[in-house]
Design a protein around this ligand. Structure first.
Ligand SMILES: *Cc1c(COP(=O)(O)O)cnc(C)c1O
Length: 396
């Protein structure tokens, strides 16, 4: 099948929701992916912050292959050892007690919101309001796109579920004005991803925690993008010294095998009873084996140290580009391997120019270039990336 055939079939038969780049991916290895024309790209996007171990990592390949040969799926009507091992690990890493396993970020958030509503009802019938932040992203189900305070994701899907209030991110006065005893949960990304890699002030999340406690509202951190080492800590909330009542995970959690998870304290999770929530695929042995391999590899190979060390190097290099191209780069922000480069213009053309030069990056929120490489990349790949980006910026 040639490339043009793939494009034609996609146009004929895939729902027209994606604006794809005209390339067909064939395979990957480490920080590189190769297309069917044989072009090899340096990957600083990792499938939207998903391929935590890079492509074809031997530990992940082995875990998936071995589990697939044993049992891929058996439903949640039975126990598996691998699921028990994964949830024990997630609980011990997070300090939260109970885990539910789903298949995506949206599903993790959907479940977390359902749990928050159930928990709110144990306190008062009218404790159901949910507060989220402008420019957030929580997913594409009806409930999570309603939580996503961005009109472009909601338009055309009305009527939306009720009980949502939106505030400005990183504005504690706005939360103080919006929160009440009717609030069952405040949902925030510790660093906003899709919204443009927005890092809050050091004390913002602590103040949010205090307001939630004052009103008996749950604090939910959506760590679908920031979790599992992306920012140099296993969970981004560790940077801010704040513990949530519920945390949601997905993207990097199984290195590319579909998975989602929400974790909660015993107290909150006790609002769920048998039959209150469920999933056919969620937590199946294949996804659990993949996730366990990702977590074990992050810990055994000390990948958090790598993210911190190489992340600081990456940030320095990007800041230098910022000084070199002050008319193009407005600001640089992020933590670890989650870096945003805010431009003075739209970023689409720069992403395309990088792609032409065999570098995969992304642009989010219109004018923020986003770098979210796998946790395994080294300084050599950073140097290689900077050389390409520098050359692209020089031609702008
Ligand atoms: C990607 C993302 C989601 C949605 O995840 P899906 O797997 O696409 O449903 C939710 N929240 C955040 C913060 C994300 O980055």
């Amino acid at each position: 099948m040639n490339k043009q055939d793939v494009f034609a079939i996609d146009k004929a038969h895939y729902m027209p929701v994606f604006a794809r780049y005209p390339m067909v991916i064939s395979h990957g290895e480490g920080a590189y992916v190769t297309d069917t024309d044989g072009n090899r790209y340096l990957d600083f996007f990792a499938g939207i912050a998903v391929n935590a171990l890079g492509h074809a990592h031997p530990n992940l390949v082995k875990a998936v292959a071995e589990q697939a040969a044993k049992v891929i799926h058996c439903s949640n009507l039975y126990y598996t050892e691998v699921q028990a091992q994964l949830i024990e690990k997630l609980a011990s890493l997070s300090g939260l007690d109970k885990v539910f396993l789903a298949n995506s970020g949206a599903e993790a958030n959907e479940g977390a919101l359902k749990l928050a509503r159930k928990y709110g009802k144990t306190i008062a019938d009218d404790k159901y309001e949910i507060i989220t932040a402008n420019h957030c992203f929580h997913g594409r189900t009806l409930m999570t796109l309603t939580a996503t305070a961005q009109p472009k994701y909601q338009a055309g899907y009305e009527p939306l579920p009720q009980g949502f209030t939106y505030i400005d991110y990183n504005d504690i006065a706005a939360l103080e004005a919006a929160i009440s005893d009717k609030t069952c949960a405040v949902v925030l990304e510790p660093i906003q991803g899709e919204g443009g890699v927005n890092v809050p002030n050091d004390d913002y999340l602590q103040k949010v925690r205090a307001l939630c406690d004052k009103h008996g509202a749950l604090l939910i951190f959506d760590e679908v993008q920031t979790g599992i080492g992306r920012t140099g800590k296993m969970f981004a909330y560790e940077h801010f010294g704040v513990k949530p009542d519920i945390v949601t995970l997905a993207k990097g959690l199984a290195g590319g095998v579909p998975i989602g998870a929400f974790l909660a304290t015993d107290k909150v999770a006790s609002a769920f009873h048998p039959g209150d929530h469920g999933s056919t695929f969620g937590g199946n042995p294949l996804a659990c084996a993949a996730s366990k391999a990702v977590l074990d590899t992050i810990l055994e190979d000390k990948l958090l140290d790598n993210v911190n060390e190489v992340g600081a190097y990456l940030m320095d290099a990007i800041r230098s580009l910022g000084e070199k191209y002050p008319t193009i780069i407005r600001s640089v922000r992020g933590k670890g391997f989650m870096v945003g480069i805010e431009l003075t213009r739209e970023g689409r053309e720069i992403v395309q120019a990088c792609l032409d030069a065999k570098l995969i990056i992304n642009c989010t929120a219109g004018n923020v270039l986003r770098l979210v490489p796998s946790l395994t990349i080294g300084k050599q790949q950073v140097d290689e990336m900077i050389t390409i980006l520098d050359a692209v910026l020089a031609k702008q």
